[in-house]
Design a protein around this ligand. Structure first.
Ligand SMILES: [Zn+2]
Length: 127
């Protein structure tokens, strides 16, 4: 391949041009390769005004209400995601494959006899 800055030839897969130091497409696609994690909370009447706290890798990342959506740019790999509502936690490990552009997670309220909690309804990967 050839450097897009100075035009010098270099070995395929090189991340920086040895002649001028310009970053090649290879380095851009690997270092900026984040995957979108899109979480949507299914619309529900019950508990609609109560926020669901979303923790990603131990950090509070967003709070969404009924029919709300939160989007995170994350590195590919497995992330621990906790959905917290009424102090009932749903913990899930979500895998973000590097060859996907986005992973869509649908969550919703599940009614229980003692506790009502948020559950993961579906996870869908988009190439
Ligand atoms: Zn160059």
């Amino acid at each position: 391949m050839f450097c897009k800055n100075c035009g010098k030839e270099m070995a395929d897969g090189t991340q920086f041009c040895p002649s001028c130091g310009q970053a090649t497409a290879q380095s851009v696609s690997t270092s900026n390769g984040t995957v979108k994690l899109v979480v949507h909370r299914k619309k529900s009447f019950y508990g609609c005004a109560v926020g669901t706290k979303i923790h990603v890798d131990g950090q509070l990342a967003a709070t969404i209400k009924s029919d709300g959506t939160a989007t995170f740019d994350l590195t590919p790999g497995t992330h621990e995601v906790i959905f917290d509502m009424w102090s009932a936690n749903e913990k899930t490990n979500i895998d973000l494959p590097a060859d996907c552009s986005a992973v869509y997670v649908e969550i919703g309220l599940k009614m229980g006899l003692i506790t009502n909690k948020i559950k993961v309804i579906s996870i869908r990967n988009e190439k």
